[in-house]
Design a protein around this ligand. Structure first.
Ligand code: HSE
Length: 403
């Protein structure tokens, strides 16, 4: 038997409206009782009576047993979600930054109050990756999870690579389509992908990682030279978060632009689509593909969580309870491509191995192996000196020099 859900919805932006559109086509055992919004002056598609600007009208309403939180203010979202969980209401949220920043507290609150927080819509929009990590791969050893987790940056990369559209125009389009975050640095700087990676890693490896400890380098410094380099080698550039098991005790996480070749699934993931590649010990390689941003795709994931709550579904964080004793580390060697202007940066990155060094006019690049810790130490310099770094795991052997 399913429980009737009386929903208090926070936020009626792109995803809130998308969810509403989907719900009204269905005959589910649920009802949206009230919608809390920030700006009462905005023209809305529904009758004004359903809206309120007072969050307590939802949180203190005993008739409302489920909160759906779809706002884009991180701290306000945490306040709403934690209050709801403490007062016995189950919650569905799509606030990836809030969840990644407060994961341990949110786990504890669910445990303490016997409530459930679901967030499929927070990671890769319509792709059901969290539920699969939690339920399907619960007994699988996962070697790695990587993919395209941010629709906006992928949209910009596709527009540039396939249509020669300039960065600013493509970003404006991603914003107009409702894909981009309020602060688009979150998208193009790899922060949004990092938050999603951290959430996925909690379910894949049972580790809770502080976002500040994880490298994120985005696509802001991408230049025509980098695209030329990729094209000449038959590669594309994608912004790729990676979670990788290094050995029985260690997992590393990072977000970097990556050169992908034709044989990789991610090569054909374009525009606002996302893709997740799971490398598992027994199932081997598997690939999930779907729209990662937009009202209806994300709304569909939110609705799936709402529907699961009707049957009392809660994440068990199975990998965390299986005591894998995995620890997060940044002590790992990565093969990278670095296009730079500042020679000192090459020295300071302390390349362990150099494959190729190239100079032609303003185009200077080096490919080689560095320790991830050194990339983290130079993150600020990389951003400010307009250098571009990409993960280049297909680089092989021919070594031209050794640093
Ligand atoms: N800004 C996000 C993206 C929205 O572009 O992927 C979906 O989380």
């Amino acid at each position: 038997m399913s429980t009737k859900l009386n929903i208090g919805l926070f936020g009626f932006g792109v995803v809130g409206q998308g969810l509403y559109d989907i719900i009204k086509t269905k005959n589910l055992n649920l009802e949206i009782k009230k919608i809390a919004i920030k700006n009462p002056g905005k023209i809305r598609s529904l009758a004004p009576e359903i809206f309120t600007t007072d969050k307590d009208e939802l949180l203190n309403n005993p008739e409302i047993n489920t909160i759906v939180e779809l706002i884009n203010d991180t701290e306000a979202a945490f306040e709403i979600v934690s209050t709801a969980l403490k007062s016995g209401k189950n919650v569905v949220s799509a606030s990836k930054k809030m969840i990644a920043l407060h994961l341990q507290e949110l786990l504890d609150l669910q445990h303490e109050h016997g409530t459930s927080l679901l967030y499929e819509g927070a990671v890769c929009g319509s792709i059901p990756i969290i539920r699969n990590l939690e339920e399907y791969y619960d007994n699988e050893l996962l070697h790695s999870i990587s993919g395209i987790f941010n629709g906006s940056s992928n949209y910009i990369l596709s527009k540039g690579f396939l249509e020669n559209m300039d960065y600013a125009t493509a970003l404006k389009q991603a914003q107009d389509l409702g894909f981009a975050e309020t602060d688009p640095t979150m998208d193009v700087g790899g922060f949004d992908a990092k938050f999603k990676l951290i959430i996925a890693a909690a379910h894949a490896y049972g580790i809770i990682v502080n976002p500040e400890d994880v490298l994120n380098i985005g696509i802001q410094n991408l230049s025509a030279y980098d695209l030329q380099y990729a094209r000449e080698k038959g590669l594309k550039i994608k912004l790729v978060p990676v979670a990788k098991e290094l050995d029985a005790q260690h997992v590393t996480l990072f977000v970097l632009p990556k050169f992908v070749n034709e044989s990789e699934f991610l090569y054909n993931v374009e525009y606002e689509y996302n893709g997740v590649t799971v490398q598992a010990a027994f199932a081997d390689q598997q690939f999930f593909f779907g729209k990662g941003a937009g009202g209806h795709p994300t709304g569909s994931a939110v609705l799936s969580d709402i529907a699961a709550l009707r049957y009392g579904y809660a994440y068990e964080y199975k990998k965390a309870h299986q005591k894998y004793n995995l620890n997060f580390t940044n002590d790992v060697e990565l093969k990278i491509y670095l296009r730079y202007e500042d020679e000192q940066l090459v020295d300071d990155l302390k390349f362990l191995h150099i494959y190729e060094r190239f100079y032609s006019g303003d185009f200077k690049f080096v490919t080689g192996k560095v320790n991830l810790q050194n990339l983290i130490a130079q993150q600020q310099r990389i951003a400010e000196s307009k250098a571009f770094v990409a993960f280049a795991d297909q680089l092989t052997g021919v070594s031209l020099a050794t640093a």
